[in-house]
Design a protein around this ligand. Structure first.
Ligand SMILES: Nc1ncnc2c1ncn2[C@@H]1O[C@H](COP(=O)(O)OP(=O)(O)O)[C@@H](O)[C@H]1O
Ligand SMILES: O=C(O)C1=C[C@@H](OP(=O)(O)O)[C@@H](O)[C@H](O)C1
Ligand SMILES: [Mg+2]
Length: 172
């Protein structure tokens, strides 16, 4: 059965999309960023999906795209930060190389604060991010088979650490 080389999870601003690109280049495989795939299918940016269709509609699309990616992708998969809130997705992650990109709160807040493309963080990004993380950090930690810090490592260094971890697993 085919499966992704690695699945990246973590907070908004942890660097899933950026490290995902570096890791896919390093491994010579495709990157499937589920947010980009949702935008492609919807024909509009995530922000417009939230405003025009609502978060529930976004989560339904996300669930579909994530389920397909986990069942069919062979390269690197970068998930959206909230995708692990769906228990079906948590169940589907069993048996995968799940890489949790850990990040210091201050770094994530600075990174997302510079970017207006995350509708859930509009208004007060720091406060919104803190609330999201309170719920999600235990979930990310529980799901992780490998953890790499993007506060400590650049995207390229983080990709190198992930490759080492994948090589260290018996069935990599
Ligand atoms: N060490 C690092 N690893 C990953 N991204 C970083 C790092 N340092 C700064 N960034 C920046 O953080 C921003 C958010 O990264 P992104 O990949 O969009 O995160 P996510 O997909 O997890 O929300 C990007 O602009 C990226 O360039
Ligand atoms: O945390 C979340 O619920 C979300 C994170 C975003 O992805 P990133 O984690 O890549 O920023 C994107 O899926 C959407 O805005 C919702
Ligand atoms: Mg992303």
């Amino acid at each position: 059965m085919s499966r992704p080389a690695a699945v990246l999870i973590g907070s908004p601003g942890s660097g899933k999309s950026t490290v995902g690109r570096a890791l896919a280049d390093r491994l010579g495989v495709d990157l499937l960023d589920t947010d980009a795939e949702i935008e492609r299918r919807a024909g509009k940016p995530i922000g417009d999906i939230f405003v025009e269709d609502g978060e529930d509609a976004f989560r339904a699309m996300e669930r579909e795209v994530v389920a397909e990616a986990l069942a069919g992708a062979t390269g690197v998969v970068a998930l959206g930060g909230g995708s692990v809130l769906d228990e079906r997705t948590r169940a589907d992650l069993a048996g995968h190389h799940v890489v949790y990109l850990e990040v210091e709160f201050a770094d994530a807040a600075r990174r997302v604060g510079l970017d207006t493309a995350r509708p859930l963080l509009l208004g007060n990004p720091r406060a919104r991010l803190r609330a999201l993380l309170q719920e999600r950090l235990p979930i990310y930690r529980e799901l992780a088979t490998t953890t790499v810090s993007t506060s400590e490592y650049s995207p390229e260094e983080a990709a190198d650490r992930i490759v080492e971890a994948l090589e260290g697993t018996a069935d990599a």
